[in-house]
Design a protein around this ligand. Structure first.
Ligand SMILES: [Zn+2]
Length: 364
């Protein structure tokens, strides 16, 4: 088994990492984060379970990272993403794991966001020889496929010299995320939710010549968690796309590096099946958001007085050690960690970190 230096991986190391996932039939969770609490919780969960991990920011998450009150929204989305990446670059190796840094959906109006982040990576590359991000997602799946692939190709050309990869999307992930998309388009009968294998072949032909890309192919997945029965996952779509490229282009099995969007709330058996078809990354957001909120809510319910009074109005007990934000933020972090442990089991990545390290895991 190859080993890698702990820390942020990109370029050939990123390819080694995802190939190990595909060869070993496991995948890594790509966890959406919004601040240092969620980032540290994700790294702690990975470290304790000896798995590598993907840390991901949406444009809204990046903006929040810079601060809701940061005056310029666009600048906040860029600088928040840069700042979050710097935080991870500083800390990841100390957790003794490999971290892939990624950004999430950037649709057409956000092409300039990705461009601006690439400029920051280029500056970082000049100084340190490393990009800030391992990969950015450009999601032009709502546009015509030729526009989607042309723009993706142009973007990838800019990223390759920096050792970066791109993730694209073909077909539409249903549901709503970060205010984008709609709940109307979920439903098992919507053909938009299922990517065509021919489209995957076209993407492969254009992008694999330029550099490394991963592909979010839609197989009925949706963002968010909905009532059972509304969503019909068809992982055989992934299998058919892989088979078509293998046959037409004479590649080995599973030539595409596939990404599973909308992992929250998905049937476990369909997750397992998709792992055999070259899925190495499964995005998770809704379930970890809920896990965070649930534990904070529990903490508040258990200590209601401390959220109303600094000192008990009757007996004068000081509540400082209960309302200290570290208490309830930590409760939220523990919620994320517990939910990720479930995800590590679903994806089979526990104990499979490629990072060679002597980091002692801190006892719980
Ligand atoms: Zn998505």
């Amino acid at each position: 088994m190859s080993t890698l230096k702990p820390g942020v991986v990109y370029g050939d190391d990123y390819k080694t990492l995802l190939q190990a996932c595909k060869d070993g039939n496991y995948a890594l969770p790509a966890v959406n984060v919004v601040g240092t609490n969620s980032i540290n919780a994700v790294m702690e969960a990975a470290s304790k379970n000896k798995t590598d991990i993907i840390i991901q920011l949406s444009n809204g998450g990046a903006q929040f990272y810079a601060g809701k009150g940061c005056p310029n929204d666009f600048e906040a989305k860029v600088l928040g993403a840069v700042s979050a990446a710097q935080h991870v670059h500083m800390l990841a190796e100390h957790y003794g794991i490999c971290v892939v840094l990624h950004t999430d959906h950037a649709h057409k109006p956000l092409i300039s966001w990705v461009d601006a982040m690439i400029e920051h990576s280029a500056r970082n590359f000049d100084k340190t020889g490393k990009p800030l991000y391992s990969s950015h997602m450009l999601d032009l799946s709502a546009e015509d496929i030729n526009f989607n692939l042309d723009e993706s190709a142009k973007m990838l050309e800019k990223m390759v010299p920096l050792g970066m990869s791109i993730e694209i999307e073909l077909g539409v992930t249903g549901g709503e995320e970060d205010g984008v998309g709609s709940d109307d388009d979920i439903g098992a009968d919507n053909p938009k939710l299922y990517t065509q294998p021919e489209d995957c072949l076209q993407a492969y032909d254009i992008l694999s010549k330029i550099g490394h890309f991963s592909l979010a192919a839609s197989f009925g997945n949706v963002h968010g968690v909905y009532k059972p029965g509304n969503v019909k996952l068809r992982p055989e779509i992934l299998k058919n796309s892989q088979a078509l490229i293998q046959e037409k282009r004479g590649t080995g099995p599973n030539p595409l590096d596939l990404v599973f969007h909308g992992g929250s709330g998905s049937e476990k058996a369909k997750i397992t099946e998709s792992l055999g078809y070259g899925v190495f990354k499964m995005n998770i957001d809704t379930d970890t958001q809920f896990a965070y909120a649930e534990r904070v809510g529990q903490y508040v319910n258990e200590n209601p007085k401390a959220f109303l009074n600094q000192i008990d109005p009757e007996d004068g007990t000081p509540y400082k050690k209960f309302y200290d934000p570290r208490k309830f933020l930590r409760a939220g972090e523990e919620g994320i960690i517990a939910r990720l442990e479930e995800s590590f089991d679903d994806l089979g990545c526990r104990g499979k970190s490629l990072a060679h390290n002597d980091v002692k895991v801190k006892a719980a």
